[in-house]
Design a protein around this ligand. Structure first.
Ligand SMILES: Cc1cc2nc3c(=O)[nH]c(=O)nc-3n(C[C@H](O)[C@H](O)[C@H](O)COP(=O)(O)OP(=O)(O)OC[C@H]3O[C@@H](n4cnc5c(N)ncnc54)[C@H](O)[C@@H]3O)c2cc1C
Length: 277
C-alpha cells in the first residue's frame, strides 16, 4: 500500500508522547492540528488506568433502571471500547462479577451485544457501510434529502434550544448520551431532511468514540433505511429524559412541541400517520 507520508515529512513532525501534564498535551495537539482549540479539552481521559477506574465504577443494576435518562447511570466506556483500551469480553465479565444474578446485568450486556452485532455486520460487508441498506420508509426517496450539513447545525445554532445544547455537548466533549444522539440524528434527518450519511460523517468527525459500524448503522436505523419505520420524538419525550440542565420550554423548542400524530403529519406528509406511529 502506498504511504502518502514520506520519511522526510515524518522527520518534520515531532511525534512527542510524553508531557508534563494534560494541559501541555492539549496545547501540543492544538498546535499540531492547526485548529482553534476548544477552551477545555474533552473531559474523557485517555489510557488504560482511566479506563480501568471507569470500569470499576459501573453499576449494571442502576444502568438498567436509568439508562434512557441523560443523567442516568450510563458507563461512558465507549471511547475505551472503541479504541481497544477495554475489550467487550472484559467489560461483560466485570459486569457479571458485580451482580448477584446474571439477569441483573442483562440490559447492560444487551447493549454490549449491539456493539458486537454492528461490528460483525461491518466486518461482513465493509463497503456497504455508507450505502442505504433499504429505501427510506418516510414517504421520501434518498434524492429528496440534502447532501450538505447546514452551518447552523454544525455550529449548534439551530434555534431549537435542546438540540443546540446537545450539539454543543458533542462539540465540547466529544461524547453524547445515546438518547441525545438519537434526538440530534432524528432532527438532522427528519426535521431538516438531510441525508443520514451527511450527519453520520459529521458525528464521526466529532465523537471520540466515533466508530463507523455503531455510528452509521445507528443513523440508518434513525433514518429508516435499516428499520421498518423512522425514529422521531417530541418535546415531551425530551422533557422526560433530558434532566434539569436542558432547556425544554415550548417557546424555545417550537418545531418539537407537537403530539406524535401532528409531527407525523408535518414530517412525513406523504404517509398515513399510522405508518410511522
Ligand atoms: C446516531 C447514533 C450514533 C452513534 N454513534 C456511535 C459511535 O460512533 N460509536 C459508538 O461506540 N457508539 C455509537 N452509538 C451507540 C451509543 O450511543 C453509544 O455507544 C453510547 O451512547 C456510548 O455511551 P456509553 O459508553 O455511556 O454507553 P452505555 O449505555 O454505558 O453502554 C455501554 C457500552 O455498550 C455499547 N453500546 C451501548 N449502546 C449501544 C448502541 N445503541 N449501539 C452500539 N453499542 C452500544 C457501547 O460500547 C457502550 O460503551 C451511536 C448511537 C446513535 C443513536
Amino acid at each position: 500500500m502506498q504511504n502518502d507520508i514520506s520519511d522526510e515529512m515524518l522527520d518534520l513532525i515531532p511525534l512527542e508522547t510524553r508531557f508534563d501534564d494534560r494541559a501541555a498535551l492539549a496545547a501540543h495537539v492544538a498546535n499540531l492540528s492547526n485548529l482553534t482549540p476548544p477552551a477545555e479539552p474533552s473531559p474523557i481521559i485517555g489510557g488504560r488506568a482511566a479506563a480501568v477506574s471507569m470500569l470499576a465504577a459501573i453499576n449494571p443494576v442502576q444502568y438498567s433502571a436509568t439508562r434512557n435518562h441523560l443523567d442516568g447511570a450510563v458507563t461512558r466506556l465507549s471511547a475505551y471500547i472503541r479504541h481497544g483500551v477495554l475489550t467487550l469480553d472484559e467489560v461483560r465479565n466485570h459486569a457479571l462479577d458485580t451482580v448477584t444474578t446474571p439477569k441483573q446485568a442483562e440490559k447492560f450486556i444487551q447493549e454490549l451485544a449491539w456493539r458486537d452485532y454492528w461490528q460483525r455486520l461491518y466486518t461482513a460487508s465493509p463497503d456497504a457501510i455508507w450505502v442505504d441498506i433499504e429505501a427510506y420508509k418516510t414517504g421520501f426517496v434518498a434524492s429528496d434529502y440534502a447532501d450538505d450539513l447546514p452551518a447552523d447545525i454544525a455550529r449548534g445554532e439551530t434555534g431549537v434550544a435542546c438540540i443546540d445544547a446537545f450539539i454543543n455537548m458533542l462539540l465540547e466533549t466529544g461524547y453524547l448520551h445515546n438518547h441525545a444522539r438519537m434526538y440530534v440524528a432524528a432532527y438532522v434527518v427528519h426535521w431538516r431532511q438531510i441525508k443520514w450519511q451527511t450527519g453520520a460523517k459529521w458525528f464521526l468527525q466529532n465523537l471520540i468514540d466515533g466508530d463507523p459500524a455503531s455510528n452509521n448503522l445507528s443513523w440508518q436505523w434513525i433514518a429508516s433505511t435499516f428499520a421498518n419505520k423512522p425514529y422521531f420524538f417530541n418535546l415531551e419525550n425530551v422533557a422526560r429524559y433530558a434532566g434539569p440542565n436542558i432547556n425544554v420550554s415550548v417557546t424555545d423548542n417550537l418545531p418539537l412541541a407537537h403530539s406524535y400524530e401532528r409531527l407525523a403529519e408535518l414530517l412525513f406528509p406523504n404517509l398515513p400517520s399510522a405508518a410511522v406511529s
